[in-house]
Design a protein around this ligand. Structure first.
Ligand SMILES: Cc1ncc(C[n+]2csc(CCOP(=O)(O)OP(=O)(O)O)c2C)c(N)n1
Ligand SMILES: [Mg+2]
Length: 893
């Protein structure tokens, strides 16, 4: 073929392109869609064979996924729905504006809900099923900063009063107020799950959807049409947690899961992707992960323009604008749009010649068009075999006009002047007269108004109002005939670690007739670390599709068994995901009416420290269950070194108000705590959960000491484990130990005998509980100066005892030090401040000075200072025990 001139080549290509497109149009018009896809596949395969690479695209053109031809009309009354939405908008705005007038700087957000109003209202009017729908009730995760809109709707529905709205962000006002964001802890009848810490909502939503399948597959819940909706911000997806588990959603075929990403293209400071397109970025990420992706970019006004876009010029133009520029269009007028968007090509200008500048400005974004949003939700609900993500284009601060629509400052705009309020009122047609507008009064139509009746009818047809949280389980009071007894007896001369004891106890619980099926063991690829592999076979690993392969260890007794009704949630190396499963299981008593009892065991360093915010969310969610920090302790986990050796977790656990944390040393302690925990959480319905550190050091587990008050002491956090052999000794001491270090303390007791010191040994399974009890008492004492002083439990135990006090634990010294004021005299504290080391146990305990020798030395030293022992005795002991005063300080080493 002869070389064509460039112009001829372009013309030829245009002609060829047009012919191909016409052929395609013919097939589209005359065959089913499957045929079109097969044809495209065949073309792509042929091109590949011929060595053509690409086009490979996980994105589609920058237009709506659902074409106008596929749309169904929105059932119901669109005008009334618009009216309701306007009223919700108004009251949400009034709430924030008024809160800030009354208390400057109290905060609140207008612009997030303003962008998402249609996304929520379509849900409220047509999709979200309430609790009266029984097992079908949906679980909805609301974008935290959109909460004013959610409250505002609840106000219109008559669930919240004007007083509540007035007290937005003033929770301590008499009569109570509304919490800034979704917090079940603070509003336990309203919110189900916290979301405002970015990324927590999306991740926990994925695991919630998976846990629903788990309950169904295990026969604990009937299969239903229940959906999990997660509303999140486009900026929020920058959090690794937001997108971190989306592949799980697709792998597990979670068609009960719908993400709605509110793509207003802005985050707090400015554009999410000024120089790119967040929506297409998300499309590729989610499609690549196997999700059904629905883009809702353009409102109905664009349909006609796109239908006339025969050369694809408009689609091309839509796709080439970056988000920062799109944001610019929001704040500019129609003339600007004509010049800068449409003016890129005379043919585009021609397309909109019939539209005024004002018309151009009115072309809506898809996320503000109920028809587009309704059809997206409908398609999502009907989609089978994969979760759906809806990427909805919206405008941040929609309707706020000059006060903030589309502006970079809009996220934090909480004040509006009279002119702004008037503008908003006019735009949404709110019946508030000029002379009252400056006050931003709330507005609720008369109960008999058509919009009020419509709203109530819609909600009642959908199973009642949402959000709503309620507890729907009976208390669980199991008899536990053969679960705990064995652990009270000890192991005789057999050695065991507390981890082994826990695993054995768990295995027994799993066999228990009453609670066995409710137990949910959760592991992050760490079951073998904790010696739990026997459970693989005993109860199976949950897999929604069973086991499609012959496991490599099929012929062994404890093979890797996956099963559809498997009980263990083996989450892979994913502590945040595991915690999300813990939350889903531990809140099932409220969300699903199932008393699930989760036991989540993990490397203790990768809990509070690694995913502490998820633990905080669990606490907020009123999660029940047991967190087990395995291989805990700074010196108990030999070999692993600085990253793994935990001397911190109990300190962080102290900061979680409803987390009861224990560091048990012996089998019976563990048994007492777990039995009591189940009773408190599932019998008495206390809103607490547990953190137990369990160790891998093996030793003989003693039987529970005889005598009254031991169980109570364990639970309160302190009891006398072993009294001094010689209570009349001249020198006396009280030694306190916890966890694995308790054994060192017991040994120190024997060493001290040789130097004439009679020491009592106390086990302290929970410094945290002691501290809380003490402050409860002290607070009461402050508030009741005329009354007889209440004595904290720790003081009651130790104040009257003879001799010096020494405590030792595998945690930083501050942990025990927090009790020192109630001991009645100075307390010498040994602990593990400083970085860990790869070493064996004995060397580590020498390094951190928490072994029996150092406990004995600290005791002798204190006795000398208190003039209860002669210096020369201590000197000799130091020599015998090889105590090195010049040793490096582990706290800074
Ligand atoms: C973990 C975390 N980091 C930071 C914040 C503070 N913060 C609150 S909202 C916000 C921006 C949200 O942007 P986006 O997700 O796009 O939501 P939009 O308001 O635009 O709908 C930020 C940074 C937070 N709430 N949580
Ligand atoms: Mg945003």
């Amino acid at each position: 073929m002869k070389n064509l001139a460039p112009n001829d080549a372009a013309a030829l290509e245009a002609l060829e392109t047009r012919e191909w497109l016409e052929s395609l149009d013919y097939v589209v018009a005359n065959s089913d869609k499957g045929r079109v896809v097969r044809l495209l596949d065949a073309l792509s395969a042929r091109a590949r064979v011929a060595g053509v690479r690409g086009p490979y695209a996980v994105t589609t053109p920058y237009i709506n996924t659902i074409s106008p031809y596929e749309q169904v009309p929105v059932p119901g009354d669109g005008a009334l729905e618009r009216r309701i939405k306007s009223l919700v908008r108004w009251n949400a705005l009034a709430m924030v504006v008024r809160a800030n007038r009354e208390s400057d700087g109290i905060g609140g957000h207008i612009s997030t809900y303003a962008s998402a109003a249609t996304l929520y209202e379509v849900g409220f009017n047509h999709f979200f099923r309430g609790r009266d729908a029984g097992g079908d009730a949906d679980v909805v995760f609301y974008q935290g900063h959109a909460s004013p809109g959610i409250y505002s709707r609840a106000f219109l529905e008559g669930r919240l009063t004007e007083e509540h709205l007035k007290n937005f962000r003033r929770e301590l006002k008499p009569g109570g107020g509304l919490s800034s964001y979704p917090h079940p802890w603070l509003m336990p009848d309203f919110w189900e799950y916290p979301t405002v810490s970015m990324g927590i909502g999306p991740l926990t939503a994925i695991y919630q959807a998976r846990f629903i399948r788990y309950l169904e597959n295990r026969g604990l819940k009937q299969a239903s049409e229940q959906k999990v909706w997660a509303f999140l911000g486009d900026g929020e997806t920058d959090e690794p947690e937001s997108l971190g588990a989306i592949s799980l959603g697709a792998r597990e075929k979670l068609d009960n899961l719908i993400f709605v990403i509110n793509c207003n293209l802005q985050r707090l400071d400015g554009p999410v992707r000024g120089n790119g397109q967040i929506i297409n970025e998300h499309e590729s990420v989610f499609r690549g992960a196997g999700w059904n992706v629905i883009k809702v970019l353009w409102g109905s006004e664009w349909d006609d323009l796109l239908a006339r876009d025969h050369d694809g010029l408009l689609v091309k133009r839509m796709g080439e604008i970056v988000d920062g520029q799109y944001q610019r269009y929001v704040v500019e007028d129609g003339a600007y749009l004509r010049q800068h968007f449409w003016g890129a090509d005379p043919r585009l200008l021609e397309m909109v010649r019939h539209l005024s500048d004002e018309d151009l400005k009115k072309l809506r974004m898809g996320g503000h068009d109920p028809l587009k949003v309704y059809n997206a939700y409908r398609a999502a609900v009907l989609h089978k075999g994969a979760p759906t993500v809806i990427l909805a284009r919206t405008i941040k601060g929609y309707g706020m006009g000059e006060a903030g629509e589309g502006k970079n400052i809009t996220h934090q705009q909480k004040k509006m002047n009279e002119a702004d309020l008037r503008h908003f009122r006019d735009r949404f047609n709110i019946p508030i007269p000029d002379d009252r507008i400056a006050d931003a009064p709330f507005f609720r139509p008369d109960e008999s108004a058509p919009e009020m009746r419509y709203m109530r009818e819609r909600r009642s047809a959908l199973g009642g109002s949402v959000p709503k949280r309620s507890v729907r389980v009976e208390s669980l009071r199991p008899a536990f005939t053969d679960v705990f007894e064995e652990f009270f007896k000890g192991t005789g001369d057999r050695k065991a670690s507390t981890t082994m004891v826990f695993v054995k106890l768990l295995a027994k619980l799993l066999r228990d007739k009453e609670v066995g099926k409710l137990v949910v063991p959760i592991v992050p690829d760490e079951a073998r670390t904790f010696g739990m592999e026997a459970l693989f076979r005993q109860v199976g690993i949950y897999s929604s599709i069973g086991q499609l392969y012959e496991p490599v260890d099929m012929d062994t007794l404890l093979y890797y068994k996956e099963a559809k009704d498997g009980q263990i949630l083996e989450e892979g190396i994913n502590e945040a995901g595991s915690l999300s499963s813990f939350i889903a299981a531990g809140t099932a008593y409220a969300t699903h009416g199932v008393n699930a009892i989760p036991f989540y065991i993990y490397y203790s360093m990768f809990g509070f420290q690694r995913v502490g915010d998820f633990i905080w969310a669990a606490a907020d969610s009123r999660t029940r269950g047991f967190l087990l920090g395995g291989t805990a302790g700074r010196t108990t986990l030999a070999g692993e070194g600085l990253q793994h050796q935990d001397g911190n977790s109990h300190i962080i656990a102290l900061t979680v108000p409803n987390c009861r944390a224990y560091d048990p040393a012996y089998a019976y302690e563990l048994a007492v705590i777990i039995r009591d925990g189940i009773k408190r959480m599932y019998g008495d319905q206390e809103a607490v959960f547990y953190y137990l550190s369990v160790m891998n050091e093996q030793y003989e587990m003693p039987a529970m000491p005889e005598g009254a008050g031991i169980e109570e002491g364990i639970l309160k956090g302190l009891y006398r484990f072993r009294a001094a052999a010689d209570a009349k000794a001249k020198s006396r001491a009280q030694l306190i130990g916890s966890g694995a270090i308790l054994n060192e303390v017991v040994q120190a007791q024997q060493i001290l005998e040789k130097y004439g010191v009679g020491a009592d040994v106390w086990s302290a399974p929970s410094y945290n509980e002691l501290y809380r009890d003490a402050h409860r008492a002290e607070r009461w004492n402050i508030l009741n100066p005329a009354e007889k002083r209440r004595v904290p439990y720790v003081e009651e135990c130790l104040a009257g005892t003879p001799g010096v006090v020494v405590s030792a634990s595998d945690y930083v010294r501050g942990h025990a030090d927090m009790l020192s004021r109630w001991i009645g005299r100075p307390m010498a504290t040994l602990g593990t401040d400083g970085f860990g080391r790869s070493e064996n146990r004995a060397s580590l305990r020498n390094h951190f000075e928490v072994d029996a020798r150092h406990v004995a030395a600290a005791t002798l030293s204190a006795l000398v200072r208190e003039k209860q022992l002669e210096l020369k005795v201590a000197k000799q002991a130091f020599k015998d025990l090889e105590i090195d005063a010049e040793k490096v300080d582990p706290a800074s080493a």
